[in-house]
Design a protein around this ligand. Sequence first.
Ligand code: SAM
Ligand code: SF4
Length: 416
Amino acid sequence: MNMDDSVELARLLRGFGLAEAPTADEADIIHINTCSVRKKAEEKFFSFLGVQSIRKRKTGAPLIGVSGCTAELMDIAEGRPEIDYVIGSRRPADYADRIRAAVESKYPEIADAQIATHAAPPEGPVSSFQTVIRGCTNCCTYCMVPRARGPEASVPPEIAVREAEVRIAEGAREIILLGQDVLAYGEDLTPRLHLLDVLRAVHALPGLRRLRFVTSHPRRIDEDFLRGLAELPKVCEHFHIPFQSGDDEILKRMNRGYTRAEYISKIELIRQYFPDAAITADVIVGFPGETDEQFDNTARLVEAIRPDQLYAFKYSTRPGTPAAEWEDDIPRALKEARLARLIDMENAISRELNRSLIGSEQEVMVTVKIESGRYKGRTRTNKITDFRTDRELGPGDVATVKISGATPHALQGKCL
Ligand code: SAM
Ligand code: SF4
């Protein structure tokens, strides 16, 4: 979601006649889009800000602006005169006037600049994120998002279609519709809509080859949704469906709204409709009070569902969340050991799953040319694939690739 907001911010700044600097250290304007989901993200922000502040004290440049969740939650400009403007975590376009005013006050010449209307739209990514529902109304006890981004607000489908058209005009051939709980899409709209409605509307756009959606909350996966998806051939067979823990007591304290058995039954349901679907998930280790046995339940869940990829995080206390009231009592070394165990398990599972694809034919959409005759792309199941071909291909082209090699995180093959 931050990446999508950053792309929108870049689009906005380009609209003022600005262009990207080769490196941050050469930029006249630095806009930092922050994340506060884990402490580490905040630490990275403060350290980058520190480096740029030193440059600013020495040279007067750059203009520094900050947006996103950390900016929403803290008074970050307080005692930091180097920050020129601060905006929050709403849509970047909502702040266009404030950003423009700040930029013009430091660089008045841009106010008079003849802004070239783009003869051709700027080139965007071939695979483009697009937020269709902002905020989150769930209350997972460890999570900052509801405080930082507010309650759910869906983008009406006609606006979502216009935003998708912009992305396609910029070169996107794949769009990933985003929401913290993307299946809550439309519940706040009148009339009430469903994610399937916006998927169908974007699916119909010419030029689009693939459509994805992320993140699915396990509670909201049901047969009507899966049946609807099965009618949309551009929608790829990949579900990112975090479980966070495999232990019922921890899940309850996380306020996730499902049990381990219910999670497993949702995965089974997905596999009934899409037997070859990739399943990826997030998990948190070292939640307050997590015993060895409770962690073992998580490890057993990983063995039971065998996800294609697992994004595992060490619990980090987020101020103001309900879980912050509980002691962060799992020592760092134990969190790291648990994390390492899950990563080892997942590497073995991903390797096996990827190896089972050797000999199969996969539809791969090119994302980048690595060198002459060699390309990188992704399968419909979102697996990175490195392949060779004599054909000249470009980003967004689709090739049928015979898989000849596999590692835990990628496939290799040759274009048929
Ligand atoms: N909305 C998505 C969901 O409910 O699954 C995830 C959103 S969150 C921005 C991305 C991931 O960060 C979560 O799935 C969780 O695994 C992790 N995360 C969130 N809060 C965390 C915390 N306090 N400590 C460690 N990891 C956290
Ligand atoms: Fe956070 Fe839970 Fe909302 Fe995901 S569903 S953003 S983890 S509160």
